[in-house]
Write a protein that binds this ligand. Structure first.
Ligand SMILES: Cc1cc2nc3c(=O)[nH]c(=O)nc-3n(C[C@H](O)[C@H](O)[C@H](O)COP(=O)(O)OP(=O)(O)OC[C@H]3O[C@@H](n4cnc5c(N)ncnc54)[C@H](O)[C@@H]3O)c2cc1C
Length: 494
């Protein structure tokens, strides 16, 4: 008689102790989000017997809450990029992705994705996901319309623009308004249904099953309150999302993210990462995460400047909102202000939701400085230096691009209060299991663990550096590398 206490996320269940398997399959997938659905489609299409276990009562995961943006480029450009007049060479796309991956970028994954992203977009479209052939030139977070192509990264900003020719690469699923990720996930789930995939909802993965050699042979899932033993002849694919909802794990691995008070996702309790670690999988880049406070649109706000509690600038404000937010989180203290003048200020579309309020308003920067109780002369000096150079179309300190430079000299002036412990900073994790581009989970010495694969936020994929993250990278990564893992597991007959 087995008890719940017999199963642990941090210890594999010994194969020798399994008396009887309740299910036999070739590929067992944990999680019915973006990575899991794409892994299932590929594995089933390749002819493998597939079971998919999902802890909630429906498909979707974080992706179903998402903006439905996919980061795609290279190959001369997608239909949408070319129609909008952008040629996107693979080498530029590759360089941008490499830079966006940060100091520990995975060159092999970047190469594979850069070379195949256009084919991947075609594959997503072939599953039934619609994308309009249209472009939104303004700075937005997601299109409010059913339009497709948007700027979703720091492509045009220093230092990225110096390394790679910029192009917009956020491809948004065609749906009126925000939240197109629901349509993406519903479409992928519909496709899974047309295939011979045995889907079990309300099924929580409890432990991996491993033999004496440490090879993964299956998993234990809880269904109807009972542990069920699943034999996976080819392997188990972990697609259970990240760990942002597991506050203990965040505290241990990514304490800086605790400064952002609004974790986003669904389950994301670290199950996938912990299961992988239980059989020797290495978890890498665990301190990294995406974080943002939605300070634009409208784009005119990008012409303002951010200052910290010392009244000093710290970033070129024309970067992607997530990169700016990472630099905000690096600042000492909680006080962060976004300074605007009469010509640049407009209420931000999401400022109310994000609790970004007007902290001070006055006819001179001296008054603003006093109202904010900043050390005398600090903020005024910052604005004076910025204005002097902006008037010449220059930003020698942070290299903000010319098109966003304008002296902040038209009163009245405002300081928007973006306090870290008051405004809403959203976040999810980017660290996870080290994997090969095929999805094979690696040990600390980078040896593949037989029978174990991972993709999506359970793995550490393309997006792995908060300061380089661009919208669309997580869904691009989880769909593309979910496919690689499903395909590899289907072939891995043992
Ligand atoms: C509001 C919001 C907007 C976003 N917008 C974008 C965007 O536009 N573009 C972009 O690239 N990214 C975006 N993201 C991030 C992106 O959606 C996710 O990072 C990505 O979808 C993760 O995919 P995944 O397959 O790893 O995880 P998920 O899609 O979350 O799937 C994981 C699945 O595993 C299941 N699961 C967890 N534990 C278990 C268990 N023990 N047993 C069985 N099942 C389990 C979960 O229930 C879930 O269904 C957004 C996220 C949010 C929350």
């Amino acid at each position: 008689m087995t008890k719940s206490a017999d199963f642990s996320l941090s210890r594999p269940y010994p194969l020798a102790r399994v008396e009887r398997f309740d299910f036999e399959t070739e590929v067992a997938i944990v999680g019915f989000g973006t990575a899991g659905s794409c892994a299932a489609i590929e594995a089933a299409t390749a002819g493998a017997k597939v079971m998919l276990f999902e802890v909630t009562s429906g498909s979707g995961g974080a992706a179903a809450l998402s903006g439905g943006e996919l980061y795609v480029g290279g190959g001369g450009g997608s239909l949408q990029q070319r129609t909008a007049g952008f040629e996107d060479r693979t080498e530029d796309f590759y360089q941008y992705l490499l830079m966006a991956g940060g100091p520990n970028a995975d060159e092999a994954k970047v190469r594979l994705y850069a070379d195949n992203a256009l084919e991947h977009l075609d594959w997503v479209i072939a599953q039934g996901v619609p994308f309009k052939n249209s472009y939104v030139a303004e700075r937005v977070m997601e299109p409010l319309t059913d339009d497709c192509l948007v700027w979703t990264g720091s492509e045009e900003a220093w230092p990225f623009a110096q390394a790679a020719r910029p192009a917009p690469r956020g491809h948004t699923v065609q749906q009126e308004g925000w939240g197109a990720g629901k349509l993406l996930m519903d479409t992928l789930a519909k496709r899974v249904k047309t295939l011979d995939v045995d889907v079990r909802f309300d099924a929580r993965a409890l432990a991996l099953i491993a033999d004496d050699n440490g090879h993964v042979q299956g998993l234990v899932v809880r269904i109807d309150g009972q542990p069920r033993f699943v034999r996976a002849r080819n392997g188990v694919v972990l697609c259970a999302g990240g760990f942002i909802m597991n506050r203990e794990m965040v505290k241990r691995h990514a304490p800086l993210l605790l400064r952002a008070d609004n974790p986003i996702g669904t389950v994301d309790d670290g199950t996938g990462v912990r299961l992988g670690m239980s059989v020797g999988g290495a978890a890498i880049n665990m301190s990294e995460g995406f974080a943002t406070v939605p300070w634009y649109p409208p784009g005119s706000l990008v012409k303002g400047i951010f200052v910290n509690e010392r009244g000093q600038r710290f970033i070129n404000e024309d970067c992607y909102h997530g990169r700016v937010t990472q630099f905000i989180l690096d600042q000492p203290g909680n006080h962060i202000w976004l300074l605007q003048d009469h010509e640049t200020y407009a209420p931000g579309l999401l400022h109310e939701n994000a609790r970004i309020e007007i902290g001070a308003a006055a006819d001179s920067w001296e008054e603003i400085e006093r109202e904010l109780k900043l050390p005398e002369g600090m903020l005024t000096a910052t604005v004076a230096v910025y204005n002097r150079h902006a008037a010449r179309g220059e930003d020698p300190l942070f290299h903000k691009a010319k098109k966003w430079l304008k002296p902040l000299d038209k009163p009245p002036f405002v300081a928007l209060d973006c306090r870290i412990d008051h405004a809403q900073y959203t976040t999810f994790t980017l660290g996870g299991l080290d994997t090969l581009p095929t999805g094979e989970v690696l040990t600390e010495s980078r040896d593949p663990i037989p029978g174990l694969y991972a993709a999506g936020r359970t793995a550490c994929g393309l997006p792995r550096w908060g300061k380089g993250y661009s919208s669309g990278m997580s869904i691009a990564d989880s769909t593309f590398f979910g496919r690689q893992a499903g395909r590899r597991a289907a072939r891995a007959r043992r």
